[in-house]
Design a protein around this ligand. Structure first.
Ligand SMILES: [Zn+2]
Length: 189
């Protein structure tokens, strides 16, 4: 599985319908691409999650039962640390030989969150956040990405808790007890 091979045809279609983006290079080029442009405030992040929800490719990613249990078991602080390590090791270098193939599509909450948020490879980071390829990520960008990944995970857990039937019902999964995820932790995100 490959986020670049798999996605383009239909992501292209969807994004053609959804307004200014990389398909409109003249507009895109004028946008600042420094860290300042990254969505950080509540309203910027809401806006981002809204845009992600309109991408057919991004919006189909949700944590499955096993991944939710991993979240429950490890907690968000540990996942943030892992996200930081994963981004540092797999995405932060200036040149990445296997860019577009370095992030598995499932099996660990951080991986899924990376695809869901466009933080799966440098190609997608460029497309979604204007972060140039061919240079190292800054420590601030890595920390920002790890934070965004954890936000997405917390949102996806909340979504499941409020709409358990929206997730796969194939098996009678042990429902993640909402209370067992420290509510305070979720509320912070
Ligand atoms: Zn990607």
């Amino acid at each position: 599985m490959h986020c670049v091979d798999k996605a383009p045809s239909f992501e292209l279609e969807v994004e053609l319908l959804s307004g200014p983006n990389c398909l409109m290079p003249s507009i895109r080029r004028q946008e600042p691409t420094s860290g300042k442009a990254l969505p950080r405030t509540d309203s910027e992040l809401e806006n981002l999650f809204e845009r992600l929800s309109k991408s057919t490719f991004r919006s189909r990613f949700h944590l499955d039962a096993a991944e939710r249990q991993t979240v429950e078991r490890l907690g968000l602080d540990v996942l943030r640390r892992h996200a930081h390590e994963i981004i540092s090791k797999r995405l932060a270098k200036a040149v990445i030989a296997n860019d577009g193939r370095q992030t598995p599509m499932r099996g660990y909450p951080v991986f899924k969150a990376q695809h869901a948020t466009g933080l799966c490879c440098r190609g997608c980071m460029k497309k979604w956040y204007g972060i140039e390829k061919g240079r190292e990520l800054t420590p601030q960008e890595i920390a920002w990405a790890a934070d965004l990944i954890v936000r997405w995970i917390a949102r996806d857990i909340r979504r499941f808790v409020s709409r358990p039937n929206a997730a796969s019902q194939k098996t009678k999964t042990k429902t993640l007890a909402a209370g067992s995820m420290r509510q305070r932790e979720l509320d912070l995100l």
